[in-house]
Design a protein around this ligand. Structure first.
Ligand code: ADP
Length: 598
């Protein structure tokens, strides 16, 4: 039996108890009133009968008292009631309840309530305790004569034991009790049947919903009726189908994701907010030597490389983290790691990192750098020889016009090649970290002034005005040879791409903890679409023109590398036909060392 069934039965039983209980109470009260009334009416009749047998004057005649006593005793014997005759003064003249000679000793009855009522209204009745017979009695007293207008002669009083009423009520109680027991049993039985019928669908519904909740999504309700039950069944079945479809879709999605992740050449690791691994594809496991169970464990528990854990942690403060990490699991590897939080929007659920194996890429890079350096180095010696001999021959061929023209061409090209090789060597040294910079505190104003001073004759020759504006600044951290090279490249470009009559301004100022040096010309300018690319190697806006001007396309790329290596940056603003402004910045020296000794 279910708890719900028990509840229904309990409620019904309680209802029956209340109804039967109330009914019994009301019935008992009604019955008591009716029984009392019946008894009282009977007693009244008996009193009247007796009053008829008593001569009205007998109440006064003292001599007839024994006769009266016998009369009441005879009446009592016949009816079982107690009869009392009382005179107009309240004195008892006969009483079947006491012996004849004791009547005279009875107290005056004028104060008895039923007697008082009878004297006044012709009739009185009470249920009360009798001091004379010592028990509860029902009294009925009538006046003789009955009409209160006529002079009172006496009172006839009849009494019976009040337990007659109780006996009648007791009988009724037994009947009621039987009714209660039978009703109660029937209520229990009926409520059980009712609950079985009304609960069956609910129990079935509970079982189906429970199975669905436990993941057995194939279970369905088979109610087909057109009423509410049918509607519930249709809704639940539809919901079950939708849950199964969603679960199937989620499984398919998971399988697709797993297929993609396991066929990726990149390693992928995702951790939740608490730092526990939720996903690591086969490639990541192979790259980082993760063996055995990893799901739910933290990174330091399964990965031996603390830099990776550190990078994951940095995502919280840096957002997107890109690191190149050297790991030596089975073999030495260089991994490029991109880590960021997910999802992209909303509260963060965790961090995901993608690992690219860039070992091969870096190796090829190193080979290329070595090759450029070696090739440049090897080319330099024969080229110097060619240049030297061509120049010597040029001097010797003075007068022979054709020959000296040809030799001139050889010399110019050899010079171009030589400067190309110089630039290439410089770049490859910077890239490979071979040319170590000596970064010290330098006085930027003095340095700029010296370099610009060296260039003054060249600008004068080209007819370009050179102006210098030096603000007083703090010392900056730089390698003075690198600054020389940067400024030389920028000044050469300014001279190269300006027309005679234009001007070049070099200025120096301190901004936001950096020393900014700008070289501004009023030359040909650079088209905006090329601005982003001019710092790339060999990139030239107008290759033919640049080449004719003896440029290599490497100058700005050397500038960028050197500035970056010193912890600074470079930018350009330009407009075609109006000129260009190159600005590079270097960090201010905060150690407070006096740079005057430099
Ligand atoms: P190059 O040795 O050819 O000057 P750079 O790397 O120094 O090589 O410059 C790349 C290209 O940028 C140049 O070919 C030129 O087109 C453009 N450029 C550089 N500086 C200026 C400038 N001050 N005015 C106009 N164009 C410039």
């Amino acid at each position: 039996m279910t708890r719900f069934q028990l509840k229904i039965m309990g409620v019904l039983a309680l209802l029956v108890l209340v109804v039967v209980g109330t009914t019994s109470l009301l019935a008992e009260r009604g019955l008591r009133a009716r029984t009392t009334e019946n008894i009282q009416t009977g007693l009244e009749h008996e009193a009247r009968l007796l009053a008829l047998s008593v001569d009205p004057e007998a109440f006064d005649r003292k001599g007839d008292r024994p006769g009266l006593q016998r009369l009441v005793e005879a009446a009592s014997k016949e009816t079982g009631a107690r009869f009392t005759l009382i005179d107009a003064g309240g004195r008892v003249i006969a009483d079947s309840g006491v012996a004849g000679d004791a009547v005279a000793t009875l107290p005056n009855h004028a104060d008895r309530p039923e007697v008082i009522a009878a004297m006044k209204e012709g009739r009185g009745s009470r249920i009360r305790h009798s001091d004379t017979v010592k028990r509860s009695l029902v009294y009925v007293a009538i006046r003789v004569p009955e009409d209160p207008v006529e002079p009172l002669e006496g009172i006839v009083r009849v009494a019976v034991r009040s337990d007659r009423i109780d006996a009648a009520i007791g009988q009724l109680r037994r009947v009621l009790l039987t009714a209660v027991i039978v009703g109660f049993a029937m209520a229990l039985g009926l409520s059980y049947l009712l609950s079985v019928f009304s609960l069956r669908p609910i129990i079935e519904l509970r079982d189906v919903v429970r199975e669905l909740a436990e993941g057995r999504l194939g279970r369905r309700l088979r109610w087909t009726s057109k009423d509410e039950r049918g509607e519930i069944a249709a809704s639940i079945n539809r919901m079950a189908r939708q849950i199964r479809d969603a679960a199937d879709e989620a499984t398919r999605e998971k399988e697709r994701l797993e297929a993609v992740l396991s066929s990726m050449v990149e390693g992928v690791i995702a951790v939740d907010e608490a730092g526990r691994i939720v996903l690591a594809n086969p490639r990541a496991r192979e790259m980082l030597s993760i063996w055995g169970r990893f799901s739910g464990r933290t990174l330091p528990e399964v990965i031996r490389f603390p830099e990776i854990d550190e990078a994951f942690r940095s995502v919280a403060s840096e957002g997107i983290v890109v690191r190149e990490i050297e790991v030596s699991a089975e073999k030495k590897r260089i991994l490029l790691m991109h880590a960021s939080g997910f999802p992209k929007h909303g509260p963060r659920a965790g961090t995901v990192a993608v690992f690219h194996d860039v070992t091969e890429l870096r190796r090829v890079d190193a080979i290329r750098r070595d090759f450029v350096a070696n090739a440049s180095h090897e080319l330099r010696t024969p080229l110097t020889a060619i240049l030297g001999f061509a120049e010597t021959l040029g001097h010797a061929a003075d007068g022979e016009e054709d020959l000296s023209k040809h030799l001139d061409i050889i010399v110019r090209n050899a010079q171009r090649m030589s400067s190309l090789i110089d630039d290439l060597l410089t770049l490859s040294r910077i890239e490979s970290g071979l040319s170590s910079l000596e970064i010290r505190a330098v006085d930027p104003a003095r340095l700029v002034e010296t370099i610009v001073g060296d260039f003054a004759p060249r600008f004068e020759q080209a007819g370009i005005g050179l102006h210098v504006h030096l603000a007083k600044t703090s010392p900056c951290l730089a390698d003075h040879r690198a600054v020389e090279q940067i400024l030389s490249n920028l000044l050469s470009n300014a001279a190269r791409y300006s027309n005679p009559g234009s001007r070049v301004d070099v200025s120096l100022e301190e901004i936001e903890g950096f020393i900014e040096v700008s070289v501004e010309d009023t030359g040909i300018g650079i088209p905006s679409q090329d601005l982003e690319r001019i710092f790339e190697r060999f990139y030239r806006v107008d290759a033919a023109r640049s080449r004719a001007l003896g440029s290599t396309g490497l100058g700005l790329s050397i500038v960028k590398h050197l500035v970056n290596a010193m912890g600074g940056s470079v930018r350009v603003e330009s407009e075609v036909g109006r000129g260009s402004r190159f600005v590079f910045r270097l960090p201010v020296d905060r150690s407070g060392v006096d740079p005057s000794g430099d």
